[in-house]
Every structure is written in C-alpha cells, then in structure tokens.
Design a protein around this ligand. Structure first.
Ligand code: PNS
Length: 215
C-alpha cells in the first residue's frame, strides 16, 4: 500500500480549527526520514523507503487535555519534530464530565501550539481510529510517564491496531521534569487553591484560576 497524502480528506467526525485546515503546513527536518522509514517498514516491507519521496508522515496525538499540561506540550512538541504533520485530537466525550468544554480545550491547545507550524488541533467524537483514518494519520502518538501508564497504553494500542491494522502507536517517554504531572492532579491542586504555574502553560493556569474562582 502506498501511503501518500495528496489532498485533504473528507472530515466527518473530526473538526479542525485554525491553521488553515492544518494539512498545508509542512516542515522538513532529518527526523522525517526516520519517521517515514518506520511507517513504510512497519506497514509495507516490500518497498524501500527511498522510493517514497512524496510520503507525508502524519501522526495524531489524541487525549482529553482537560486541561493541557506541560507534559502534553512536551510530547506534542517532540512529536512535531518527528512527523511532517502532527494533529492534536481533543476527545469530546459526552459520557465523561470534563472541567473545560471541548471548545475551551481546543482554544488552549491552539494558543500553545501557535508557534508550531506543522501542528493542528481538532476535536473528535467516537472512535479514535475513525478520526485517524479521516485525517490521513498513519501513527498515533502517546506519552508514557511511568510503567503503570504502559499497562493501559499497551491495551489501547493493541485494540486500536486490531480495529485498524495500518495504524501504529508510537510512545514518547515523558521528560523527567514532567513525569509527575497529570491533568487530574493539576485540577486537584488548582481546585484547592494551589499554584499550578510550573505544571501548565501560563494561559492554562489562568483558565484554571478563572474556572475555580467562578465555582
Ligand atoms: O488523555 P486521555 O484521557 O488519556 O486520552 C484517552 C484517549 C482519548 C486517547 C482514549 O480515551 C480514546 O482514544 N478515546 C476515543 C474512543 C476510542 O477510540 N476508544 C477505543 C480505544 S481502544
């Protein structure tokens, strides 16, 4: 199978915001060859990577981002260096109570990624594999903070691959300073009046303060 993104796919369950639809911005660096080679060798071993000059490596980084943390920012920034296009996909889950509305989470991410030209942000409902397919993503990026994260992430990756065999998951290990940070703990600290400025970007800290002040 040839992996090539030549046009914008029809988005049904995914809602892009900002950055010109997201699929026009490309950035080249040497890591892209590693990402492309990995995609091609894992998905189609009969061809050499160098026979795919037009392959665009697209990855999707899904999550709840309720709220965005410095840990998320670390993973998405590093992911943006590995792939031509990194799509940050914010889950809109009507069955899960979130602190921030999906539009607020998308806005938070748009602000945080404004300086990353190959990153775009969207929200999605339903299965991640469907959103990934509609976006033309070949890889899911997830962050790992600890061995206990791996247990859940392995299950997620295995099931996603069962649902969509062409879709692989790549894990990026969190930078040490971010390993203890989670959205859940950040919310708890903020709700108790604690200072979260070293755990989240400044605008997320302000949004957290505003959210809890109005409660
Ligand atoms: O930041 P989170 O909450 O750990 O992210 C979890 C997320 C959004 C990646 C996961 O819940 C997800 O993919 N949800 C979409 C629904 C889906 O595809 N479920 C089947 C996974 S095998």
């Amino acid at each position: 199978m040839r992996i090539a993104i030549t046009r914008e796919p029809a988005f049904e369950n995914c809602h892009f915001s900002g950055l010109d639809g997201g699929l026009n911005s490309l950035r080249s660096n040497t890591f892209h060859w590693a990402a492309r080679s990995l995609l091609i060798w894992s998905g189609n071993r009969e061809h050499e990577p160098h026979s795919y000059p037009d392959v665009m490596a697209v990855a999707i980084y899904p999550g709840s981002f309720d709220p965005l943390t410095n840990g998320h920012l670390d993973i998405l920034t590093r992911g943006s260096h590995l792939f031509d296009q990194l799509i940050v996909a914010v889950l809109q889950n009507s069955q899960k109570q979130s602190l921030f509305a999906v539009a607020e989470r998308v806005e938070m991410l748009n602000e945080a990624t404004a300086a990353l030209p190959n990153v775009s942000v969207l929200s999605f409902e339903g299965l991640l594999v469907n959103c990934a397919r509609e976006c033309g993503a070949q890889v899911i990026v997830r962050g790992l903070r600890s061995p206990s994260d791996y247990e859940f992430e392995e299950q997620l990756a295995t099931l996603n691959r069962r649902l969509s065999p062409q879709l692989d998951t790549i894990f990026l290990v969190a930078t040490e300073s971010n390993r203890a940070i989670s959205s859940r703990i950040v919310k708890e600290i903020a709700s108790l009046g604690g200072d979260v400025t070293s755990f989240v970007p400044p605008h997320a800290a302000a949004a957290l303060r505003a959210k809890y002040a109005s409660r």
